[in-house]
Design a protein around this ligand. Structure first.
Ligand code: F6R
Length: 607
């Protein structure tokens, strides 16, 4: 989604802004632009396409020490140079960048047009520049505050004015914004990745707050002009973690990082003696945890599928009724919040708007929501009533991979804790812990066999449709595998319960629609084998993703991939990795932009 960055300081602003926009690229965008102030002039450059297109038009000699920049992910108005941000007012003295959606822009635009303002773009955002112009009477911050009181929707806005050199005003409602405190310089952005090269000292801006910054100072106030005391936080990520290193793509790097990210999510959270997990951030006493009668997990996309795996295991191992719901649906469903229900919001970025809004709706109704996030200090992490960080390190590729297995890890620890508090005996707890600790080794083995997955992708990447089929705890993994293939290789794929295909999707089967079956050595294996045979009987191609030694499954299938055998409940960790790699190599064969697939954004901060 859109990214924003602002800079005030001694350096050439264009250099800082363009480097920051490069770091924001991973969020997904279709155009970009900057506005740099020099003397009483705003120099605005905007370009459709990759940041390189912008770099090609911004003069290297561009002077000016304060400015704002933007990567746009189009919502209102086509993808072209004009609609790219920053947008200016009629005088050309004011420039704004906006992340979010202004829902009432049509009425505002009509009114401003009647008042004589000239609009140049089709965007919702341009109204902001003209509103600031209409309110401006010498105090830029006051004009921004008057503007945002009229806006309905979500926004992270940066504003600059030629009469206010070395000053940027930021305002936030629903879209992320973080201030970076440097040495004699100040940054503001939608994401810490844009500023980590300059500072690790940050202040998170909250909804309803307005920031005024210059190169040496900042002040945060609320809409009633009351000063807000802000805590300065430190970013724990290192710049190198955001680099590709020797890998050709971030996605491949992040798939490989699972060897370390899974153990990192476990680190320090196991009590071997008591055979349980220690999760301090839950902010709940043992008595409160014992009182939990039901668990609802809310999430989107890959996080949702991780949630589905977790819900399955919460029921089977901890014996707590659990469901996973799409955050986007729950928030408009008028959910019933009952005593004894505990909610989890799972989100890698911690900024997904659907999930955030669902949390707020649940909290409004008295629900307790715990966050399972990766990005420390993200909005969801801050607004949750407690939670667990998954610590998988920055996930830069748009397609989520390592976050999935780390989300599972963090929640498996919670399941262990809940199960041990109920009926799980000590030896069972020990067995569970050793299973969890063994995942790293198994993932390593799968990665060693990466070539066979690549060969499979070479053979199958030209097929236009796939079915991914699994059962039980691996049914969500089938959906995740299909999602990966869709989003990065643009191959149509459906994730289904293997049991359900006879109720409809089997009609799709022909020799042009391969079915990839997930066949762990679990209590449903024989049923899945029967489903494979049903496909073979209809001349469908079958790929079996099964455990080493399962010769029978291999005989039925046209092609086979193996993963090490493990206890049933840990199989999702192992089954998902080959599916991530399969999608990756199919995308590579098809020449797709693996890390930044078309139309997608990393952090989905609009509805
Ligand atoms: C898929 C993907 C998305 C995200 C979804 C939720 O590869 O990346 O489906 O999983 O947008 O994002 P988070 O977890 O940041 O809330």
């Amino acid at each position: 989604m859109c990214g924003i960055i602002g800079y005030c300081g001694p350096r050439e602003a264009s250099e800082v802004l363009l480097a920051g926009l490069k770091r924001l690229e991973y969020r997904g965008y279709d155009s970009s632009g900057i506005s740099v102030g020099f003397r009483d002039n705003l120099q605005v450059y905007k370009k459709k396409g990759k940041i390189q297109a912008l770099l090609d038009v911004v003069p290297e000699s561009l002077k000016g020490n304060w400015g704002i920049g933007h990567t746009r992910w189009a919502t209102h108005g086509g993808v072209n140079d004009t609609n790219a941000h920053p947008h200016c007012d009629c005088t050309g003295k004011i420039a704004i960048c906006h992340n979010g959606i202004i829902e009432n822009y049509v009425g505002l635009k009509d009114r401003l047009t009647d008042e004589g303002h000239r609009f140049l773009t089709e965007t919702d955002s341009e109204v902001i520049a003209h509103l600031v112009e209409s309110f401006y009477e010498g105090d830029l911050e006051a004009a921004v505050k008057s503007t945002v009181t009229l806006l309905k929707g979500t926004y992270g806005i940066l504003t600059m004015h030629t009469d206010h050199p070395d000053e940027i005003i930021g305002a936030r409602n629903g879209s992320p914004m973080v201030l970076g405190i440097g040495d004699g310089e100040m940054l503001i952005a939608s994401d810490v990745s844009a500023m980590i090269a300059h500072t690790k000292q940050v202040v998170y801006v909250e909804d309803g707050e307005v920031v005024r910054m210059d190169s040496g100072s900042y002040a945060v106030t609320d809409m009633r002009n009351r000063s807000v005391d802000k805590k300065v936080d430190s970013i724990s990520w290192e710049l190198e973690e955001m680099e590709k290193g020797d890998y050709p793509h971030f996605m491949l790097k992040e798939i490989h990082e699972q060897i370390d990210s899974v153990p990192r999510a476990i680190g320090g959270r196991i009590d071997e003696d008591q055979a349980t997990a220690v999760l301090g951030g839950l902010n709940m006493s043992e008595m409160e945890l014992l009182g939990v009668k039901r668990i609802v997990i809310i999430a989107a996309g890959t996080s949702y599928y991780a949630g589905c795996v977790v819900a399955y295991l919460l029921e089977s191992l901890a014996r707590i009724p659990a469901v996973t719901e799409l955050a986007s649906e729950l928030r408009y469903r008028n959910p019933i919040v009952e005593e004894g229900t505990l909610y989890f919001a799972m989100s890698q970025s911690g900024e997904t708007l659907d999930t955030l809004m669902a949390i707020r709706e649940l909290q409004r109704k008295g629900g307790r929501v715990l966050g399972i996030c990766n990005v420390v200090g993200s909005t969801i992490a801050r607004e949750s009533d407690g939670g667990v960080y998954i610590h998988s390190g920055p996930e830069i590729a748009v397609a989520s991979t390592k976050a999935f297995t780390s989300q599972l890890t963090a929640m498996y620890l919670f399941i262990l804790k809940m199960a041990r508090m109920r009926h799980m005996a000590w030896p069972e707890g020990k067995r569970f812990i050793s299973g969890l600790l063994g995942i790293r080794k198994h993932i390593g083995r799968i990665l060693e066999g990466e070539n066979s997955i690549r060969e499979l992708a070479v053979k199958y990447h030209k097929f236009g449709n796939f079915l991914f089929l699994g059962r039980g705890i691996n049914y969500p993994v089938a959906m995740e595998g299909a999602l990966k293939l869709k989003e990065i290789a643009y191959i149509h794929a459906e994730g289904y319960s293997a049991a359900e295909i006879k109720h409809g999707p089997i009609a799709l089967i022909n020799d042009q629609t391969p079915s990839l079956f997930i066949v762990p050595d679990d209590h449903l294996r024989d049923k899945v084998i029967s489903n494979m045979k049903e496909i073979k009987a209809r001349k469908g191609l079958v790929i079996a993703l099964c455990v080493e030694g399962d010769e029978y499954a291999a005989e039925i299938a046209d092609d086979v991939l193996y993963v090490p055998n493990c206890d049933e409940e840990f199989s999702p960790f192992l089954m998902v990795v080959p599916l991530q790699l399969f999608a990756y190599y199919c995308a590579l064969e098809l020449g797709c932009d693996v890390d930044q697939p078309r139309n997608l954004a990393k952090s989905v901060t609009v509805e």
